[in-house]
Ligand binder design. Sequence first.
Ligand SMILES: NC(=O)c1ccc[n+]([C@@H]2O[C@H](COP(=O)([O-])OP(=O)(O)OC[C@H]3O[C@@H](n4cnc5c(N)ncnc54)[C@H](OP(=O)(O)O)[C@@H]3O)[C@@H](O)[C@H]2O)c1
Length: 325
Amino acid sequence: MRYIKLRDLEVSRIGLGAMGMSQGYTGSGTDDAESIRTVHRALELGVTLIDTAEIYGPYTNEEMLGRALKGRRDKVVLATKFGLVSHGGEGAWNLDSSPANIRTAVEGSLKRLGTDHIDLYYQHRVDPNTPIEETAGAVGELIAEGKVRAFGLSEAGPDTIRRAHAVQPVTAVQSEYSLFTRGIEERVLPVLRELNIGLVPFSPLGRGMLTGTVRSTDQFDENDFRRDNPRFTGENFRRNLALADEVKALADEVGARPGQVALAWLLAQGDNIAPIPGTKRVARVEENAAADAVTLTAEQLDKLSSLPPAAGDTHTEAQARMLER
Ligand SMILES: NC(=O)c1ccc[n+]([C@@H]2O[C@H](COP(=O)([O-])OP(=O)(O)OC[C@H]3O[C@@H](n4cnc5c(N)ncnc54)[C@H](OP(=O)(O)O)[C@@H]3O)[C@@H](O)[C@H]2O)c1
């Protein structure tokens, strides 16, 4: 495994997203034993960047990771997120990045993760009711106290990134980015390059579709959010399967798995990019980590870059309202 820097923070080029171990694709606790084995295998393979959030579960994903990382904390660059649980009474899935809420959130995350510091603490979504300067200032105080090492943003637009960075340097922006979702290329990526901010692409496998293993929505768990996601329904799904087939054809040429090619394409987009593919299975974390060794020729990269993005929105309407676009 090779390592890169997100600003001053050294991380493995391929990270591990833990969300799907407790939410999104399946319910909490579906197979924690295999999830924990997956985390341990990732660490053996040199993966250091592990990604969670207080909203995943909510809380159960951090709790499971806390159990998985017992005795292994020093091997991990641990990233979690605040701002989608309002602890003042509104509860889960309510935007709240006020300083008071961050103070409450960080104590909960530290406790559940069984640690005295978070390496990378992201605002999960921009909160229109709290000026980003106040949020950045609050995280800056946590950094000064040693509870947090570095500050991140997720799905923030260019103006918010600049304003936050002026108060507290932003180490990384985590946003959806993959062969299927290219929206940040025009306005966000140039700002990250200019300000030397790292990029952590989430859902780098197109929520599983770019691995070539999704053929029908019938194979999804009944809790799986993809069942009503626009990209996985009707005509969009059929078109996106055809796109995934094009990635698979190129992967066959390279002698790699389609998901590995999708990750290798992301790694080729810059020097400070660390995607966090999500899996709860040992065999798949092995496959994903090995993408670090896959190299694509300029011609293959061009071919992939010229594919159209996926058909259909990556979010439902309610989720899309929380994004800064
Ligand atoms: N900041 C945000 O707002 C945000 C939003 C979404 C996600 N994230 C983060 O990004 C991480 C990754 O995103 P994601 O999980 O949504 O999407 P993803 O990484 O694009 O895809 C995950 C899906 O692909 C499957 N998969 C993974 N590796 C595979 C392989 N080698 N072969 C076949 N299938 C494979 C997984 O199934 P199995 O688990 O069954 O293997 C899961 O269904 C999350 O875990 C989370 O930490 C952040």
